[in-house]
Design a protein around this ligand. Structure first.
Ligand SMILES: *[C@@H]1O[C@H](CO)[C@@H](O)[C@H](O)[C@H]1NC(C)=O
Length: 204
């Protein structure tokens, strides 16, 4: 009966797994008007998910991976394994590419990357900055619309994709912490199943 009540949620996911780099000296503002446009693009263990409607574009020869977005991953634990996932609804076919970069090693190529660098520099120069030693990474999300329709409007203006971006630390560097409840559930089910089937069998 319970199974009949469950509704299916069709989603896709793409992820990148990485080790947090060694801490180094950075200065970012705690909060400032300058960073207001940028702040939603910061993920940290304290604010590990962001829900967005991300504009996407069809790939062109100049931009084979559609549009590009940059996020700052802050306050990571040095040498801990993390994953970043994007999860989006399956009714909005999109192709995603995720990459992480150290701040000293950003690819110079795209306008979005240059804009990201400029924001970081402005942020470091602002007056209300905090200087701290922390482990940070830059996350690049590239998103290209991945569908075909005879509807010309949709082909010209693909709708923004609703998605969650999730920063998930690994438990003991082995499996994602968010899988913990599922692991507990399966273990409890297996143990109960063992004893209950034994009990049912003896009664039969
Ligand atoms: C094409 O898609 C748009 C956006 O969903 C919709 O408003 C429009 O009615 C569609 N056009 C046709 C011809 O189906």
């Amino acid at each position: 009966l319970f199974a009949l009540l469950v509704t299916a949620a069709n989603g896709n996911t793409e992820k990148v797994i990485f080790l947090a780099p060694a801490s180094s000296q950075h200065s970012f503002p705690i909060s400032s008007s300058l960073l207001e446009s940028f702040d939603p693009n910061v993920l940290s263990p304290n604010r590990s998910t962001a829900r967005k409607a991300l504009p996407v574009a069809f790939p062109t020869t100049d931009t084979p991976r559609g549009l590009e977005y940059w996020y700052l991953l802050r306050h990571l634990n040095e040498a801990q394994r993390y994953e970043v996932r994007v999860c989006w609804v399956a009714s909005q076919p999109t192709e995603f590419w995720l990459d992480v970069f150290e701040l000293s090693n950003l690819p110079p190529s795209s306008p979005a990357a240059l804009e990201f660098k400029r924001l970081l520099e402005d942020a470091s120069a602002s007056s209300t900055r905090e200087t701290s030693s922390e482990s940070v990474l830059a996350l690049r999300v590239q998103a290209a619309a991945d569908f075909y329709t005879s509807n010309q409007t949709l082909m010209q203006y693909p709708p923004p994709v609703n998605l969650d971006i999730i920063l998930d630390p690994y438990f003991a560097n082995v499996f994602p912490t968010s899988l913990g409840p599922t692991a507990v559930y399966i273990t409890v089910l297996a143990i109960l199943g063992w004893y209950i089937s034994d009990w049912i069998w003896s009664h039969l």
